[in-house]
Design a binder for this molecule. Structure first.
Ligand code: ZN
Ligand code: FE
Ligand code: FE
Ligand code: ZN
Length: 265
């Protein structure tokens, strides 16, 4: 199995050294891991209320540290990824920045709507004041725009808007249908992100129904624990692999220098 979503303490809300994450991956028998720490928001001229990414001057050091870890393990392949916030309007700047770095893959994630970090527990009360139907509509438009930007190899925790258990009364089926279509059309890889099992929603991202639609469309999938500490590496991966298999998936997408290929699992 492959865990492509590991953080480092540089983002200020994770703990443990990359070596400790690697040791846990070896213990759990993973064949491949990838670090995907939070890309510095400062480089996109965005300063959130709480610091949730590495500083701009830490990016080089981060890449160097992960590159140095490659070949360190006989058992586990290591990749250098990054998790970048999709912020509408920053596409050109980001395209320029990404050209300067040789990542193995780039995960695009949505954590912000306007100024609201809706994935941050401290600001979760704000869901109560929102029209959830409209909120989901806005969120999924961002998901489609993220894919259409063509900047990202993988979309991270695709339905993270459900994280705190707030759901609209409207039927989400049309969102799942359109999302699977857009992923296929834009050749964006889906991430089965297991972190949601430890969030109030207590579900993987994405919803089972979206995963099914993605499989039917032929959308490639990868796995990520979104570990912010060594013990979280590969969390719930047995359950996740079984879910993928019952859905029909026989292969996982892996990346090297932003070129995708498939491996059986
Ligand atoms: Zn994080
Ligand atoms: Fe994230
Ligand atoms: Fe993450
Ligand atoms: Zn994440």
């Amino acid at each position: 199995m492959v865990d492509y979503h590991l953080h480092t303490p540089r983002c200020c809300h994770a703990e443990g050294t990359p070596e400790e994450y690697l040791a846990e991956a070896e213990r759990k028998g993973l064949r491949e891991i990838g670090f995907a720490d939070h890309f510095p928001l400062g480089l996109l001229d965005y300063i959130p209320r709480a610091q949730v990414t590495m500083n701009s001057d830490e990016l080089e050091g981060y890449i160097g540290q992960i590159e140095a870890l490659k070949g360190y393990s006989a058992q586990v392949d290591i990749k250098t990824g990054i998790e970048v916030d999709y912020l509408p309007g920053t596409e050109d700047k980001l395209a320029d920045l990404l050209k300067d770095y040789r990542f193995d893959y780039v995960i695009g994630s949505i954590h912000f709507m306007e100024d609201w970090d809706f994935t941050h527990p401290v600001y979760a009360d704000s869901y109560r004041e929102r029209d959830l139907n409209k909120l989901y509509q806005t969120y999924f438009k961002l998901v489609w725009d993220l894919c259409r930007s063509g900047l990202f190899d993988i979309i991270g925790h695709i339905d993270v808007i459900k994280k705190f258990g707030y759901r609209p009364v409207s039927d989400l089926e049309p969102y799942w249908t359109e999302t699977a279509r857009v992923l296929k059309e834009t050749d964006t890889c889906l991430e089965l992100n297991t972190a949601g099992r430890d969030a109030p929603v207590n579900e993987f991202y994405p919803h089972k129904r979206l995963l099914e639609k993605c499989f039917q469309r032929g959308v490639p999938v990868t796995m990520g624990s979104d570990a912010h500490g060594p013990v979280q590496v590969g969390r719930y991966f047995k359950e996740a692999a079984e879910l993928l298999k019952t859905t029909g998936y026989k292969e996982l997408a892996v990346f090297e220098k932003r070129v995708k290929r498939s491996v059986s699992f």
